[in-house]
Design a binder for this molecule. Structure first.
Ligand code: NCD
Length: 330
């Protein structure tokens, strides 16, 4: 587990020291704990703003945001679009299904086309791990990863960390059990990186076929028995069974999966009495989680995760465009 080094003392504008010295947000990997905390603190400021009736701040007015989602999405796409619009940007969603990608245009040609339109920020989701980095290396503006294959989904991990911090008051020393299809999950990977960096004790619970090899190297403890993995956990983070990333054979049947790894009320009683239940969505109700658990606002933070998601994306869009906007000290 990484011990978190303290946040540097006050960062003076113009000192050349940046609170977030990265051009892109392609992953949690490579971020310092204090940089993660900085993004969470910045996001916290937008939560109250988003609860007001008038939700418009011209902070990023005049800038253009392109959302290029080569893979399906409901909440991540909407939340990036809402985040950009609330900050005054011109937000354009590239309609991949009607685009030249369907005529066989290569990713690099599509990238060059997007770049030539001079966007100020590009948000990308792609089903190939590493595709977002490839694009980030070729364009002239900041790139935000909205999920690439099984690799990373950094804004999801940030919104999950913010949700936990708001509900529990801290992240350090909490026991977080990440349960389900860990093997195919970029959400799990980014969360493991973020939560271990913030000094939580992270467990991963999965059937042996859905457990990544050598996962302990990421500083987590693996469990194949869900009851043991949930024992005393402060946070239970459920993952969707990602059928679209499986080619046969990973799970014998959904009934058996539910019996062994589904989060039911009874199984949740193994966790701490005030355990928080999370799920990034979309949920397979009745498979990885039962509706009575998912829909109980006393235990479930699932709708709060969506709310913090907008705030986190606003913070990331603001921070990553500061250099272009000539914000002093960036
Ligand atoms: C996740 C994703 O797409 O990685 N969903 C999301 O962004 N809220 C998780 C999933 O698809 O299971």
């Amino acid at each position: 587990m990484n011990a978190s080094p303290p946040m540097p003392e006050a960062i003076e504008p113009g000192s050349g020291v940046h609170a977030f010295p990265h051009r892109h947000l392609t992953g949690i990997e490579g971020l310092q704990p204090h940089e993660i905390v900085y993004l969470l603190d910045e996001a916290e400021k937008w939560i109250a703003f988003n609860r007001a009736t008038t939700k418009h701040d011209p902070l990023l007015a005049g800038l253009t945001q392109i959302n290029a989602f080569f893979e399906n999405s409901t909440r991540t796409l909407l939340s990036f679009e809402i985040a950009g619009k609330r900050l005054g940007m011109d937000v354009v969603n590239m309609a991949v299904a009607q685009s030249s990608v369907k005529k066989g245009e290569t990713l690099l040609d599509t990238t060059a086309t997007l770049n030539a339109m001079r966007p100020d920020v590009i948000v990308i989701r792609h089903d190939a791990s590493g595709a977002v980095q490839l694009i980030a290396d070729k364009v002239d503006c900041p790139v935000l990863n909205a999920g690439d294959g099984r690799h990373e989904h950094p804004t999801q991990a940030l919104l999950d960390a913010l949700t936990i911090r708001r509900r529990k008051g801290r992240i350090e020393n909490l026991v977080v059990a990440i349960c389900g299809d860990v093997l195919h999950s970029r959400v799990a990977r980014s969360n493991i990186l973020a939560l271990t960096a913030l000094a939580a004790e992270v467990r991963v619970v999965a059937p042996p076929t859905l457990m990544p090899a050598a996962v302990e190297r990421m500083g987590v403890t693996p469990f194949s028995d869900m009851d043991a993995g949930l024992d005393g956990a402060d946070v239970v983070m459920m993952l969707r069974v990602q059928n679209e990333r499986m080619e046969g054979g990973f799970v014998p049947s959904t009934r058996e999966y539910h019996a062994l790894y589904g989060l039911t009320r009874e199984r949740l009683s193994r966790a701490a009495p005030d355990a928080l239940v999370m799920h990034p969505g979309p949920m397979n109700r009745g498979i990885e989680i039962t509706s009575d658990v998912a829909d109980d606002p006393r235990v479930s933070a699932i709708t709060e995760q969506v709310e913090t998601g907008v705030a986190v994306r606003m913070a990331c869009l603001d921070v990553l465009t500061r250099g272009r906007r000539g914000v002093p000290g960036w």
